[in-house]
Design a protein around this ligand. Structure first.
Ligand code: CS2
Length: 471
């Protein structure tokens, strides 16, 4: 029997389920990119507030594939969320009430235009914003060039420019656009991604955006390993209902949102989110410490022949390296908010990484290095150089990434990265990789950093002793 509205009553009593009348919900949020992270994180927060306010259900828009709609439409948008821990808990999430794919152009645009929609949220990953290394919309990117010639929308920027134009025409009123991706200053970057295209195509619309659209920044956090067959089987065993696409995540979740909304603000604080005027300290701590250490464990762990974050943390020299990196090299670059104790934050991140209930693939974290490393490590390295601190240890994960690229080139295994061609063409030549300004920025011209990368790169040579680099 398959999970759906009609079968909810068959769930065992221990499985949490929507505590509200789903038929009374109306969509107040359009979410673009309903992948695993959205369904693990924001959709669960929304699920927790719908009893209180049914006007915030989610219309989920998948721009690049029909997979989520195909899996969830027969389930009335319902899916199971497994919260992994010593005792895994299951929760059926009911906050997604509509699933739209790019083929439904008019339906998507009317949803964005409707006055009842008060927020558009996104999880499209770093590459979905099409920004160049200065943080502006990349006007030379082929997909953006197509948007500039007025073709049908295909990128996030194009869809939102078309959607906001429809909203202005329909008198839908002010709206909040909230990026839920792991980018520093994600509100500002999201704004560039949308407003720069509007300014190039329709300057009046750009002015309307300035007057009517807010782009708060956010920090989102919850470790979400990809769905696998083991999860499908354990969900079936626990719930008795088949679910074509269940989601898993750690029990912990955090959401800090800049309090800068265009109008109505969903009461996410009632579900544990935090509204604040200053999100930057939280964002930097999370991106630089957690994600910076995650990427470091991924590239070094793969070189060591390891598979999961849990295995990497069980490798004492690697775990100790990650801890030193966080405490000694990354933490000094962060100005934490007054309420945050950085040392306790690092303790918690290390414990989360070591969670024995989670098999988070290092290969998943290794994806899209060219998009992730600028925020996760390069900003920290730049700050360390400016402050005169050593970058010897920080150079190690960059060199490990270079060796990882080289291995992929040699093995022919697919490199998941929008810059894969350029990276593979340069793999094996650190000097050439260091000239990629869109990834490394001006660090490639910094002799001290370049020398540190070259030293670490030599230590990480195939057949060499990786532990020599883990100092
Ligand atoms: C991970 C993140 O896949 C990755 O690159 O570092 O998805 C990480 O698990 C989340 O940001 C945790 O909130």
């Amino acid at each position: 029997m398959r999970l759906s509205d009609a079968t909810l009553g068959h769930l065992p009593a221990a499985i949490a389920r929507p505590d509200y009348d789903r038929s009374a919900l109306t969509p107040g949020i359009v979410h673009i990119g309903p992948g695993a992270f959205h369904r693990a994180h924001q959709a669960a927060y929304v699920d927790s507030i719908l009893r209180r306010d049914p006007r915030w259900a989610i219309s989920a828009v998948a721009l690049n594939s029909t997979g989520v709609a195909d899996a969830l439409a027969p389930q009335d948008g319902l899916y199971t969320l497994a919260l992994l821990g010593a005792e895994t808990r299951h929760r059926v999430i009911g906050s997604i009430t509509e699933l739209l794919t790019a083929q439904r152009r008019d339906a998507i645009l009317s949803r964005i235009a409707a006055a009842s929609t008060r927020m558009v949220t996104t999880t499209v990953t770093e590459k979905g914003y099409h920004l160049d290394c200065s943080g502006a919309l990349d006007m030379e990117h082929p997909a953006i060039v197509r948007e500039l010639t007025g073709a049908e929308p295909s990128t996030l920027s194009g869809w939102l420019v078309a959607g906001l134009a429809a909203r202005r025409a329909a008198g839908g009123g002010a709206i909040t656009l909230l990026s839920c991706d792991n980018l520093a200053d994600n509100g500002h970057r999201f704004r560039r991604s949308v407003r720069d295209l509007a300014a190039a195509r329709d300057p009046d619309l750009a002015r309307w955006i300035d007057d009517n659209v807010r782009f708060p920044s956010t920090m989102v956090d919850s470790i979400t390993p990809a769905t696998d067959d083991a999860l499908r089987a354990s969900v079936l065993a626990a719930t008795g209902l088949e679910d074509a696409w269940p989601i898993q995540r750690e029990g912990f979740a955090q959401w800090v949102i800049e309090d800068d909304f265009a109008g109505d603000r969903p009461p996410f604080d009632l579900a544990g989110a935090k509204f604040t005027r200053d999100v930057r300290g939280f964002e930097n701590a999370k991106l630089r410490l957690l994600n910076g250490a995650h990427s470091s464990l991924a590239y070094l762990g793969i070189l060591l022949g390891l598979t999961t974050v849990r295995d990497a943390m069980a490798c004492a020299p690697l775990a100790a390296f990650a801890e030193r990196l966080m405490r000694q090299d990354i933490a000094p670059s962060i100005t934490p908010p007054a309420e945050m104790d950085l040392s306790a934050y690092i303790d918690a991140v290390l414990a989360r990484f070591a969670n024995p209930a989670i098999a988070h693939q290092l290969a998943q974290i290794a994806w899209d290095g060219s998009q992730k490393l600028p925020y996760r490590l390069c900003d920290t390295i730049r700050d360390a150089r400016a402050a005169g601190r050593s970058v010897e240890r920080l150079a190690v994960p960059i060199a490990a990434w270079f060796r990882f690229l080289e291995r992929r080139k040699a093995s022919g295994e697919k490199l998941v990265d929008p810059r894969a061609d350029a990276l593979l063409a340069r793999a094996g030549e650190p000097a050439a990789l260091l000239t990629m300004r869109d990834v490394i920025g001006d660090l490639g011209e910094d002799a001290e950093f370049v020398a540190a990368v070259e030293r670490a790169y030599a230590l990480l040579a195939p057949g060499g002793d990786v532990s020599a680099a883990l100092v």
